[in-house]
Design a protein around this ligand. Sequence first.
Ligand SMILES: Nc1ncnc2c1ncn2[C@@H]1O[C@H](COP(=O)(O)OP(=O)(O)OP(=O)(O)O)[C@@H](O)[C@H]1O
Ligand SMILES: [Mg+2]
Length: 223
Amino acid sequence: MIVLCAGPKGGCGASTLAATVAAGLVERGVAPHRILLLDAGPHATLSQWAQVAQEHGRTLPPVARWRPGCDAAALARGFEHVLLDGPAPLGRGGALPPDLWLAPVRPVGPDTWSLGQLRCTSWTGPRGRLRVVPWRVPPRAKFAPWRRALEADGFAVAPILARDRLAYAHALADGRLPTRAGDVAVRAEAAALGGYVLGWGAVDRTAQPKEAVCASLPRRLLH
Ligand SMILES: Nc1ncnc2c1ncn2[C@@H]1O[C@H](COP(=O)(O)OP(=O)(O)OP(=O)(O)O)[C@@H](O)[C@H]1O
Ligand SMILES: [Mg+2]
């Protein structure tokens, strides 16, 4: 599985999402060395995370830094799951086309507005593989109306989420997988995410009804 973790704007949680998907896959029994975290993020967050882990003698799934000109497909060879942390164009044009694109979005106004940009992406891969992942959901937030508005605008929202929990930030700062931060809620969220990704890979998406991402801006959300 090639999973692109990229959101519509900076700081939306893409790197944390990639680390959490990795943790969730491990939680679901995937061997860490079968997972590659391919870091194309603007701030090299995952590479720095890996460096901290190394300094503390901790083991993470392998992290490779991708830079323009690198052969992403060559880096990905031999891995069962590749988690691309980076801007969408990495998966464009066949370099490493994602099977699934997870876009973390905080279910609050301004972050949601930027979703329109995902519609304008020049990624030419098959449509219907983009899933918005509610991310940094505030405690007790009721976000059903947000979900409905997004769906009415043609976005598919994944049935998983991560709440706003300091344990996510601490895990990365400590060079740990989020599931190793000692927070049971984070562990449960990561496991759900890992299960979702594995379930996605097991399903023949071509048999699914077309979930086209339409070409207009999300007007309902802009009003
Ligand atoms: N679920 C969460 N709960 C609390 N804090 C979070 C969560 N997810 C991410 N964060 C924090 O939000 C900030 C941005 O996260 P992250 O670096 O993953 O975003 P990004 O989209 O990769 O940013 P960049 O544009 O730098 O690539 C970080 O401080 C991170 O610790
Ligand atoms: Mg990042």
